[in-house]
Design a protein around this ligand. Structure first.
Ligand code: ADP
Ligand code: MG
Length: 566
């Protein structure tokens, strides 16, 4: 345990004393300071110069001082929720200061930025230590650390002064979402979209709800009632297991509905509009992504042969096409344990989705087996449901268990009518393929998953779409269900953790490695991924961890394990 350097006034006088000194003197602040208002400030790392990433500090508020009642933090879910609330309140309290806290966006994720332990709060912050060129600006630093910070801690991290209703609402909202999600499986649903939900976002770059949006109303025939611990009974649309088709004209809200299902794997902050839209935790969005690399994926379910003669049951490429990339991503999702696939025509390769009768006639030897031929066996044989947006082709009408029409943002169920149309508009195209092969499991070579460059771990998120991992850059721009850049850092740390702790040992399959990661986080907490890292990170899902590994260009698969068959 580091010794305590002094109190608030000692910190202030140290900072004033180093005003104008060379920047490196800041390093002498490293250590713990007992601050007015009864919290500990720990200076953990001082940046090397004013242009380097911000310095890292931590604050510890004892339970007796914070005083948040136990019912707000007595389960993992409530701790995550209260943590999310406190981080966003603290961010607001710090908005006029240079101090930064990782409060995230619309999704409420477990974050390294806050830890709640028996009511004691530990918060990690970044602070760019101010300088005039390479000289210390001690006055500014003293204002930030000895005045702004204690003010914000007092305002945001104490029950005594907290907006109690807001805290309760936040925790209740998240707990209710969790309860809704837990009911999905037993009710035979893959997702639930509450009546009154606001699905569209403010803009492509602003995830807050759109003003004046048309609130969601469930079709009568799909309306279900679920129960929540705090809001009581909630009605909305239950999306059943099986094959669900979302149809409708362009610009009528189809993709917006699918997007709500994609993000429904996470809980949302109060006011988001999608607080009560929940999706099964293992729902995975799949899309085309040409140019991505593929390492030894069995894509034979969708590709029967290739012009090069390369095997399709053990397929590798450094630059996939639209169709082979989507085929590979689908199989990879299944390998990682997806039980729901979410697919949008807007981001799909047409030739892997459909093939009409004329094209079958013209090119009988086409090697692609369209998804339309696999979507039913996938459910019947593997229990994997699909929700698909498809406004441009009728090929799926007779494959769907449920057809939802979006018309001017209003949902209706038109399954019967869709089946009638399919039956009268000519014979159904005979499926050429009726089964769905068992999914192969891959064993990655740990030596090829190297987070280090010259002995130092290098894991850095570049926004939400890129992860620097060791000497590699992973392109995550087609991974649709990432919440934010902290989660991308979390992915990098999770992969590094898997290799470092021998979970990824060259014998376990990827699915087993992901199981192990899930177990580690449940038993040892999110912090088990850090191994000394000071950067903020958030908990990723296993599916996004897999997606990153699948896009790591250096990664090599040592072995392909096919189930013993039967
Ligand atoms: P589609 O996929 O059917 O072409 P989108 O889901 O992309 O349509 O939606 C088209 C536009 O309509 C988007 O700008 C979206 O934000 C907006 N929108 C979607 N749902 C609603 C709604 N319920 N109320 C208002 N605007 C909406
Ligand atoms: Mg669309």
């Amino acid at each position: 345990m580091t010794r305590t350097q002094g109190d608030t006034s000692a910190l202030a006088s140290s900072l004033h004393g180093m005003d104008g000194a060379s920047y490196g003197r800041y390093k002498s602040l490293t250590g713990r300071w007992a601050m007015d208002g009864d919290f500990i400030l720990e200076v953990r790392r001082i940046q090397a110069d004013p242009f380097a990433p911000p310095s890292r500090i931590r604050i510890d508020v004892p339970a007796a001082t914070a005083g948040f009642p136990e019912h707000l933090h007595d389960t993992d879910v409530r701790r995550r929720a209260l943590g999310g609330h406190l981080l966003s309140t603290l961010r607001r309290a710090l908005s006029a200061t240079p101090l930064k806290v990782d409060a995230g966006g619309q999704e409420v994720l477990a974050r390294s930025a806050i830890r709640i332990d028996d009511g004691a709060l530990r918060v990690e912050l970044g602070v760019p230590m101010p300088g005039h060129g390479r000289r210390i600006d001690g006055k500014q630093a003293a204002r930030t650390l000895t005045r702004d910070l204690p003010d914000a801690v007092r305002a945001a991290l104490r029950w005594e002064t907290a907006d109690r209703d807001a805290a309760e609402e936040f925790v209740h909202t998240v707990a209710d979402a969790g309860a809704l999600r837990e009911q999905l499986r037993e009710r035979g649903l893959v997702a639930f979209v509450a009546d009154g939900a606001v699905l569209p976002r403010s803009s492509g770059v602003d995830e807050r709800p759109l003003d004046d949006a048309v609130p969601f109303v469930s079709p009568e025939s799909l309306r279900t009632t679920l129960t929540t611990p705090h809001a009581g009974e909630v009605t909305g649309m239950g999306v059943p297991e099986g094959v669900t088709l979302i149809v409708g004209g362009g610009y009528h809200g189809k993709s917006t509905l699918l997007r709500a299902l994609e993000t429904g794997v996470y809980d949302h902050v109060p006011g988001d509009g999608r607080e009560r839209c929940v999706t099964r935790p293992d729902a995975v969005s799949v899309r085309a992504e040409d140019e991505r690399g593929v390492q030894r994926v069995d894509v034979s379910a969708f590709v029967s042969h290739l012009p090069s003669g390369a095997p399709t049951d053990d397929f590798s490429t450094t630059a996939a096409s639209g169709s082979t990339s989507q085929a590979a991503s689908t199989l990879e999702a299944l390998e990682a344990g997806a039980d729901v696939l979410l697919i949008d025509e807007d981001t799909s390769a047409t030739n892997v989705m459909i093939r009409d009768t004329r094209m079958r006639k013209l090119i009988p030897a086409e090697p692609l087996v369209p998804f339309v031929d696999r979507v039913r066996p996938l459910h019947e044989r593997h229990g994997v449901s699909t929700v698909l947006v498809m406004g441009g082709s009728g090929d799926y009408l007779d494959k769907a268990d449920t057809v939802i029409l979006m018309d001017g943002y209003v949902a209706t169920e038109i399954t019967t009518r869709a089946h009638e149309v399919a039956a009268t508009a000519g014979p159904s195209r005979a499926s050429e393929h009726t089964g769905f092969p068992d999914v192969a499991h891959r064993v990655f070579d740990p030596a090829s998953v190297d987070a280090e460059v010259r002995g130092r771990r290098k894991v850095t998120a570049r926004g939400k779409a890129r992860l620097t991992f060791g000497a590699d850059d992973i392109d995550l721009s087609a991974v649709a269900q990432l919440a934010d850049s902290s989660q991308v850092t979390g992915i990098g740390l999770a992969l590094a953790h898997a290799v470092r702790t021998d979970l990824l040992d060259g014998r376990r399959t990827l699915a087993e490695v992901l199981d192990g990661l899930d177990r580690d986080v449940v038993s040892d907490g999110l912090e088990c991924l850090a191994h000394g890292a000071l950067s903020d990170y958030a908990l990723p899902r296993r599916h996004e961890v897999a997606a990153a590994l699948n896009r790591l260009r250096s990664a090599r698969v040592a072995e392909l394990r096919r189930s013993s068959g039967g």
